[in-house]
Write a protein that binds this ligand. Sequence first.
Ligand SMILES: [Zn+2]
Length: 486
Amino acid sequence: MTKGFRTAVASILLLLSLAACATAPGTGRSIFTGGLSQEGEKEMGAKEHPKILAEFGGAYDDPKLTAYVESIGNLLVQTSELPDLDFTFTVLDTPIINAFALPGGYVYVTRGLLALGRNEAEIAGVIGHEIGHVTARHSAERYGQNIAATIGVMAAGILVGRPGAQAASTIGGLALRSYSRDQEFESDMLGGRYLARAGYDTAGMAGFLSQLQEKSRLDAELAGQPGKADEFSIMQTHPRTADRIEAALAQSGEQSARGDPIVGREIYLEKLNGMLYGDNPEQGFVRGRAFAHPKLRFAFTVPEGFRLYNGSRQLSARHPDGAAIIFDRAQKDYDGPMTRYLQSVWAKDLRLSEVEALDIDGLAAATGSARVNTRDGRRDLRGLAIKYDTDTIYRFIFVTPPEQTAGLSEAFRRTTYSFRRLSEAEAADLKPLRLVLHRVASGETSAGLAERMPFDDFRLRRFLVLNGLAEGAPLQPGSIVKLVSE
Ligand SMILES: [Zn+2]
């Protein structure tokens, strides 16, 4: 091989690598981006932004809260390696707890995540971490490896609805899962750097992680599966532990400001006062075992032992022993008998037995059952379709392992007939939950305050997790706590 030819090969290789790689401003590391320039990143983010809004309930309509989150974000950006990149910070109107970033500086936090935070430093830690994903160009790198498929994967995630990675975590889990452990470490390192430079208490980073862990434990308990907290965690496959965050902070080369680093507890809590908590009325409310939709005007109740999860495309109820109920809305102009809809339209690929026409609260309906093979083994399905108005059909699928079918049939029948229309007055009576602040008076206890919250179960645990308090620790008179109120 001549020297000239070798040089030519080398320069072609160099050209190829230049086309696909770029240097990440945050880390100075060379990364594969599929040839995406910074303008390309911005364009990609701008294109995906409306899809994220559509998938996660839209932007939460509270200009003051949004301005506050923007101010925290922009303060951190100014300390970063990309101080001139125009970032877009959005609070998403969903109770799902998550934060993520798109290429080009689009950073999202959900109101579910804000509700869980205890102070400004914790939320700054979350936002700083996401800014780190942008400045390290992880999101661009991710798109480079698997261009633009992410949104499709996320949308599929909701429909898969696996018992562990439940509604609340599924979508977000997938969005976060695409990063490697090394990338998470890098983002913690960068986020910690921005946090320290902006004058925040860097302990906020690990502080929010512990809030997330407590929330995962609570979600597992609520689902009747204590001890399976890992399955309810948005950190499922890429664990960030307190140790790793400490190591990342140590490597960031920055330290918390001497003297009094910013924690910002009271100012943070004040911004949350009155914020919507849990489901948005547009998505219907879960209240214990009942589901009510004030806008679409219907309600029903699931059997004892089932827990309801309100996803953006469907509602599901699950029993820890494996039975499930899946509910959705089909908008279809269908005029024939409901038994035919069931057999020839909805379940046309199944051979249904026990097909029966029903009258539910004066509405035409039909039910039928089938046994199917799934990845998890044999399952009995019972379909129920209720014609609500000219173009709306509500549908239930009751799913049971065969050995539980007989035992649950009476309970499922009660759920079937619990479906009813809501009157205008009933709908108007349904108020969303909100976060409210309460200043602790002397003599008040966690147990006493928890009793004020409108939940059927686990009131004290919910109160403690919401406020990041240890069980049995006395409340400080004069301090502010979060409560959920109707
Ligand atoms: Zn991350």
